[in-house]
Write a new protein. Structure first.
Length: 201
C-alpha cells in the first residue's frame, strides 16, 4: 500500500516519477477492488456497518431542504438514499455508482471522480460528508483540503476515519494540519470509525 504522507518537492526526478506511479497504482488497486466487489457484494459486506455510522452522524446533524449535501465516497448510495434533500455523491468506482443510480431521487446526482481532485468550484456545498474514505487515499490531507475548498464558509463537514488506520491522536493531528479549528471527534464501542463533526468559519 502506498504510505500516507504529505505531498513534497522531490529534487530527484526519477524518484518523483516513481512516487507518482505508486500513487496511480494504489488508486487503481482501490478502484479495482471495489469494482470487483460490485454493488451487491458491497452492500452485503458493509451496509450494516455503515448504517451504524450514519445513525450516529444524523443524531448530531440536522439538515434542511435548502442545503446542498456532498457525499464523498458515496459507493452504492447507502447514505444518499437516506437523504430527502438535494445531494451530490462522488465515488472512484463506476461499478458501485451503477448500483447507486437505482436509488437516486430526482434531486440527487452522482459523479465518478477522485476525492483528491474534486471537480467542483469553491464554496459549493453546505454540508460535506465523507465516511470511511481517508484511509483509502495516498494523501488524506489533500482530500481534506479539497473538501474544505468546495464546502461553504459557515458550513459543516463530517469526516470519519477507520480506527484500524487512525488513532484519535493521529486523526486529530490530521484535522489540525488542514487548519480545522472548530470540531468534535465522536467515538463509540459499536463504531468502526472515529467521526469528526467540523464547523467552518
Amino acid at each position: 500500500m502506498c504510505p500516507r504522507y504529505s505531498p513534497k518537492i522531490i529534487k530527484n526526478k526519477k524518484e518523483s516519477r516513481g512516487e507518482y506511479q505508486a500513487v496511480i497504482n494504489e488508486k487503481k488497486r482501490i478502484k479495482n477492488g471495489y469494482d470487483s466487489l460490485g454493488g451487491e457484494g458491497y452492500n452485503l459486506r458493509y451496509s450494516e456497518e455503515q448504517d451504524i455510522k450514519y445513525d450516529m452522524i444524523f443524531s448530531t446533524l440536522i439538515l434542511s431542504f435548502d442545503e446542498l449535501i456532498f457525499d464523498i465516497g458515496c459507493g452504492t448510495g447507502l447514505l444518499l438514499e437516506r437523504l430527502n434533500i438535494p445531494a451530490v455523491g462522488l465515488d472512484l468506482s463506476p461499478r458501485l455508482l451503477e448500483t447507486a443510480k437505482n436509488k437516486l431521487k430526482s434531486y440527487h446526482f452522482i459523479v465518478n471522480s477522485d476525492a483528491e481532485y474534486l471537480p467542483f468550484r469553491d464554496n459549493v456545498f453546505d454540508t460535506t460528508i465523507s465516511v470511511t474514505v481517508i484511509q483509502n487515499v495516498p494523501y488524506p490531507e489533500l482530500v481534506l483540503q479539497e473538501i474544505k475548498r468546495v464546502n461553504k464558509i459557515k458550513g459543516r463537514i463530517v469526516i470519519t476515519a477507520l480506527k484500524k488506520a487512525f488513532t484519535i491522536k493521529e486523526f486529530d493531528t490530521l484535522l489540525k494540519q488542514v487548519n480545522f479549528k472548530s470540531y468534535q471527534i465522536l467515538d463509540g464501542i459499536s463504531l468502526f470509525d472515529l467521526i469528526a463533526i467540523i464547523e467552518i468559519w
